[in-house]
Structures are given as structure tokens and as C-alpha cells.
Design a protein around this ligand. Structure first.
Ligand code: SF4
Ligand code: FES
Length: 245
């Protein structure tokens, strides 16, 4: 349970926190959604996408890694922060090939759900149309690099949870891409398996299990049923309740 004596100000709310908790975790525990993409609260944060940026005592910080401190003044819902989150999300859309109506992850995808949550009507920027390889070599898993948002979750989860180091990021700027640790560079020759958490927790349609695309029909999917904010706060609070009682 949060130490009721320790609180910080988040927009117009007084938010309690436990020692060592991040601003993001304390906010979500209090039912306040902070947009996020490279962070999955079930795993260690990394602070690369900057979508969760908040203003702390006048300076910007990634809330998923920034510790909560008693008495600090945090803003998360200013027009400037909302504009910045929209811009970062639009840049992710044009930097890859994210054609939601034709994507089998539609309705389960956190990039798409973030765009809806932030009220993004279009991509705004010019599309890059990158050419990236699809790796369909594995019998049970597909890696579609066109849809990768380079959040790094698969890299971190494969290393720290699956204990395998299957994935890594290579290249710079527009040429940054996910590579696979096998002599051929193909998934089929790697140690990846269909129950790897790295595969199961890709937030978009880049790493997916084969033959599972339509196990849940369109219309019944996660973000067909609830906003990303509602779903992620509910999941976060359920996990917190399991961990801390
Ligand atoms: Fe993130 Fe998925 Fe790309 Fe891995 S493959 S970096 S989990 S978007
Ligand atoms: Fe915090 Fe990406 S969610 S930086």
C-alpha cells in the first residue's frame, strides 16, 4: 500500500506513492493514465519512446523511469504535452508501414490504440515507406519489421525474462532495425520459441504467432472493447493488487 504521508501533485490531484515507485506507477495506481509505448508495466522500464514525458518542477522527464518524490509538482495533461505525444505517435506511423485497416493486429495494437486515445486523425507527416525484411522462416512466429516501432521490448524481455538474447537492435536513424541472434540471421535458426514472452508482448503487429491472427474476431478485440487508458489502468491495478495485496 502507498505510504499515505508521501504524496506529490499530479495536475489537479494529490497522488500517494510508495518509496521507490516511479511517477508513472504511482499515477496508474491512482487511476491516472499516462500514455506509454516502450513501457509495459509487467517488465522493467527503459524510457526510449518519450511518450510518457511529464513536466516535473518545470523540467521534462520520462515518467516511466522518474522516481516519485514527495511534494514535487508534476504536469501530465498540458496542451504542450498532448501535442508532443501526438507528434511522437504520428512520427512512429510514418516511420514504418502501419496500415491499420489491413493489419491483423488491428484492435490489439497499442500504437493504433494510442492514436485513437490521443485523437490523431491522420499521419500528418510524409510517409517514409521504408523497405524492411519480413522473416517468416519460423514455423510458429513471424517478424514483420515494417510494423516494428523499435520499442526494444523484445530485446529486453528476451534477455531478462526468457534468458535468451534472441533479439537486438542495429543500425542508426531510419536504418535502425531488429536483428535475430542466429548464424543465418533467421528466426528459424534461433533459439526463439512460441511461448517466449518477448514474442507474446510485442505491442504492435511486428512479432506475432502464426495461425493466431483471427483467434479473436475484429470487434471483440482488446481495444474494440475499451479505450487503451481504461484497459491499461485496469490491468495495472489488477497486477498491483496481486503483487501488494
Ligand atoms: Fe518492439 Fe515488437 Fe519491434 Fe520488438 S519487434 S522492438 S517488441 S515493436
Ligand atoms: Fe516511458 Fe516510453 S513509456 S519513455
Amino acid at each position: 500500500m502507498p505510504d499515505s504521508k508521501k504524496t506529490f501533485q499530479l495536475d489537479d490531484r494529490e497522488v500517494p506513492f510508495r518509496e521507490g515507485q516511479t511517477i508513472f506507477d504511482a499515477a496508474m495506481a491512482a487511476g491516472i493514465f499516462i500514455p506509454h509505448l516502450c513501457h509495459n508495466p509487467d517488465f522493467e522500464p527503459h524510457s526510449s519512446c518519450r511518450l510518457c514525458t511529464v513536466i516535473v518542477n518545470g523540467r521534462p522527464f520520462a515518467s516511466c523511469t522518474q522516481p516519485a518524490v514527495a511534494g514535487q509538482m508534476v504536469q501530465s495533461n498540458t496542451p504542450e504535452l498532448r501535442d508532443m505525444r501526438r507528434m511522437l505517435t504520428q512520427m512512429l506511423f510514418v516511420e514504418g508501414n502501419h496500415n491499420c485497416p489491413g493489419c491483423i493486429k488491428s484492435g490489439h495494437c497499442r500504437l493504433q490504440a494510442t492514436a485513437y486515445e490521443l485523437g490523431i486523425p491522420d499521419n500528418h507527416y510524409q510517409q517514409f515507406f521504408p523497405l524492411r525484411e519480413v522473416d517468416a522462416s519460423h514455423p510458429g512466429i513471424i517478424l514483420d519489421r515494417d510494423r516494428c516501432i523499435l520499442c526494444g521490448l523484445c530485446v529486453r524481455i528476451s534477455r531478462s525474462v526468457d534468458k535468451k538474447n534472441v533479439f537486438a537492435m542495429t543500425g542508426r536513424g531510419i536504418d535502425t532495425t531488429i536483428v535475430v541472434d542466429s548464424p543465418s540471421g533467421l528466426l528459424v535458426d534461433s533459439t526463439v520459441s512460441v511461448d517466449d514472452q518477448a514474442v507474446l508482448n510485442c505491442p504492435v503487429g511486428a512479432l506475432m504467432l502464426k495461425r493466431m491472427a483471427f483467434d479473436v474476431p475484429f470487434g471483440d478485440r482488446t481495444y474494440d472493447q475499451a479505450l487503451y487508458s481504461e484497459d491499461s489502468v485496469a490491468r495495472f491495478q489488477a497486477t498491483e493488487a496481486n503483487r501488494h495485496g
